[in-house]
Design a protein around this ligand. Sequence first.
Ligand SMILES: Nc1nc2c(ncn2[C@@H]2O[C@H](COP(=O)(O)O)[C@@H](O)[C@H]2O)c(=O)[nH]1
Length: 249
Amino acid sequence: MRILVSNDDGIFSPGIKALGLAMRALGEVYVVAPDVEQSAVGHGITVRRPLRFKHTASAGFGEVPAYRVDGTPADCVVLGVHLLGRPDLVVSGINIGVNLGLDLTHSGTVAAALEGTSLGIPSIAFSLDTSGEELNFAEAAAWAVRIARLVMAKGLPKGVLLNVNFPAGVPKGVMVTRLSTHHWEDKVVERLDPEGRPYYWIAGTPVGEEEEGTDLFAVRRGYISITPVSLDFTAGELLAEVRRWVAEL
Ligand SMILES: Nc1nc2c(ncn2[C@@H]2O[C@H](COP(=O)(O)O)[C@@H](O)[C@H]2O)c(=O)[nH]1
């Protein structure tokens, strides 16, 4: 089995190293990841400038082929498939920080799995709650292998990926969840540069309801959250109502 490993924290992140080395238990692994941090870039792809694809022996993956790209996580998946061949599985992460609820719209980690899914490849995004003292990537990576093995055995429907979030510390178990309302309430911080010109920072605070059955509920209670996520963004429950509206146009 061939496994393409990517992320958005960059190729030198401890999370992707733990994931990539652990995935060797399942088959042939190759790593294609951004050269620098790409957090919150979402599903952007780079179409207005060329991309570089560089072998990166210094990233600590040993005999596992590892390449860095001066682009986004989605770029990495596109180039990885094109240049190294189609994998049987795409895994992304292990992200430093959770990706819950509406975070998925901004997450580069999830975007790499979305790109794999859009290419028809079973894909999984892995993120870790870093609110604890130590970042237990080894524990998360061991679980990631078990989850990936199950996905390969059971298969995923076309257009569906798994979004997996690990709690801080040793997981109490696993919950299959729906997305919560977790999101970031952003403020815009305005400052002046030395020449008196204004510049702005977007800086958010994470908020969300811990409704039972959601990803946030699971992670906050120390469980691994596994959420099946669809590429189909259609709000199916509204189709009939919007059709009625259209009659009034
Ligand atoms: N809207 C904001 N979102 C933020 C902010 N800081 C972090 N984030 C969220 O974190 C994740 C990053 O995920 P990654 O997979 O790209 O590392 C992402 O979901 C962002 O929404 C913030 O200040 N504002």
